[in-house]
Design a protein around this ligand. Structure first.
Ligand code: MEV
Length: 325
């Protein structure tokens, strides 16, 4: 029996938050905290999962019943991805899946997209199905839309391609940017935000006030294009200015929060080049860029304002096979 182990990274949105759902570009960086998935082909016709990091000791379902009944939250992405995979590439035998997380799912780093990408990549390796990254993306994005209903797929793209990418949905543009030296600082508000709720809230606002919201999205889109140039030029001062401008626009979308604002303000007061929320808003993480000399001071300021500094490295590598035995 073959055992395949794969891993995929979490992510942080740098620019283009929310606007990317509405077909504008975004910039996302993969971070050095990974989800690992290990799959083993078995003799029976069952799907068996253990995911101790999300308190799932064991879960078993016959292949003929995949997608049926209530699926526990912890396996929703895996079971949906597996069902979609088997519809395209039917197999006789089941599999045993084990997942391991390097990061807490509560930080909004994208554990669901990372686990989905790593899992489908492990399946393709196991069955020797040569998929391109775009084909892998399509299966994973279909999974996300089925489970979550909304989303731009930027997190899936980041988990697959890794590095720092300029992205337009649904992976119609994926352009690698050179951001190896991005001096990123990350602060967690301590509040778990629900992406789908926030995206739906913005959608609702767009329906009620299309002119205003479209104009905000357009501005976020223009900033993202400028940020792409600034990142390519490693001009972190400019990146900081563009982050501040983005934050203004996200605040106008009403997706910032008191906690995010406090951490962002604290980082700016400590002379960060700029700071903004990252992702859906409402809580989760803020990001800042700062000079090397100033980084410790910015981190201390974020902590003093009640945030938790997350030590993560940007520009991590994308989905990969860790071992195949
Ligand atoms: C959430 O992390 C980022 C959003 O842009 C949603 C998405 O792109 O799927 C708000």
């Amino acid at each position: 029996m073959r055992t395949i182990e794969t891993s995929a990274p979490g992510k942080l949105m740098l620019f283009g938050d929310h606007a990317v759902v509405h077909d504008y570009p975004c910039i996302v960086t993969a971070i050095d905290q990974r989800m690992t998935v290990r799959i083993t082909q078995v003799d029976n016709q069952e799907f068996n999962v253990s995911a101790p990091d999300v308190d799932l000791a064991e879960y078993t379902k016959p292949l003929t019943e995949l997608g049926e009944r209530d699926i526990p939250k912890a396996v929703r992405f895996l079971e949906t991805a597996y069902r979609i995979f088997l519809e395209r590439y039917p197999q006789e035998n089941g599999i045993k899946v084990q997942t391991k997380s390097e990061f807490s799912s509560s930080f909004g780093f994208g554990s669901s997209s990372a686990v989905t990408a790593a899992f489908v990549w492990a399946l393709t390796e196991n069955y020797e199905i040569p998929l391109s990254y775009k084909e892998l993306f399509d299966i994973c994005y279909k999974t996300v839309l089925e489970v979550q209903g909304v989303g731009s797929g930027f997190d899936i793209a980041s988990a697959i391609w890794g590095g720092t990418i300029y992205y337009v949905k649904p992976a119609s543009v994926v352009e690698a940017l050179s951001a190896e030296h991005l001096p990123l600082i990350v602060g967690y508000t301590g509040i778990k935000a629900d992406t789908a709720t926030l995206v739906k809230m913005v959608n609702e606002e767009k329906r009620n006030n299309p002119r205003k919201i479209d104009s905000i999205f357009r501005e976020i889109g223009s900033i993202t294009i400028l940020a792409r140039q600034a990142i390519q030029a490693n001009d972190w001062i400019r990146v900081g200015i563009l982050m501040d401008q983005s934050q203004e626009l996200l605040a106008q979308l009403s997706v910032s929060s008191v906690e995010l604002d406090n951490l962002i303000l604290a980082a700016r007061k400590a002379d960060a080049y700029g700071a903004k929320l990252s992702g859906a808003g409402g809580g989760d993480c803020m990001i800042a860029v700062a000079s090397k000399e100033n980084a410790a001071e910015v981190k201390a300021a974020i902590q003093a304002a009640g945030g938790e500094v997350m030590e993560v490295l940007a520009h991590a590598s994308g989905v990969r096979i860790e071992s195949a035995e």
